[in-house]
Design a protein around this ligand. Sequence first.
Ligand code: SAM
Length: 251
Amino acid sequence: MADADSTLPPLAPGTLYLVATPIGNLEDITLRALRTLRECDVVAAEDTRRTGQLLTYFGISRPILSYFRFNEARRGEEILQRLSQGAKVALVTDAGTPGISDPGERVVRAARQAGFRVEAVPGPCALVAALTASGLPSEEFHFIGFLPVKSGQRRRRLENLRGVEGTLVFYESPWRIEKLLEGLAELYPQARVVVARELTKKFEQFLAGSAAELLDRIRQRPLKGEMVVLVSRELAAPQAPEGSPAATPSA
Ligand code: SAM
């Protein structure tokens, strides 16, 4: 059982807190995330404007420092400097868990190497929400995140994943979902595929079927919004009886 007392100690000076934020539904912020954001000295954010809006929504006012992929090295130094002065630094990204297909890993490694304390303030993460609600095997899974943009590299990566066990979990954009499903239809024609879309939001949707079935579906009606694509080679997509139209992807 959770230890209620463990929520009581104040934030520790010289600590980097990795704070997960909602991936759509603002009710998903945790009490600990709110307290960390309220009590930290500075919030290091991927996008200062978006984080400013989030803080305002929750009635929190803290200094915000920009920290994103292209200034990670320089801003990382600044964060370490603040930690060395005893600051409590909260790192957030635009949505979800920092370090998961988002900035974070680099400054965490540098902070640990420099001997600073790093704490996770866990919470929303699209991969966990998608996997656990997909109905696909979750005992063993492999998180791939985004495939490379270049088609040759994408294909090679998909081919190399043939040898990997468990459910595959991809992050994908609406612009490239068709390309991903084409690759999956070619390399994993029997697999059961789930597209988990707009998780935690008003139009959340799970579409399941073979990659070819889902491809037909999105060619008729393109998918918008944010999505996670999951692939199980253990569970075959149900086959439509011979002579009948292909099974409609299930929502
Ligand atoms: N750090 C985030 C996390 O913990 O999930 C991921 C950030 S990554 C830049 C953004 C990608 O995550 C999106 O392109 C999409 O693949 C996935 N994603 C984020 N929010 C989502 C949502 N509400 N529904 C479905 N997928 C989502």
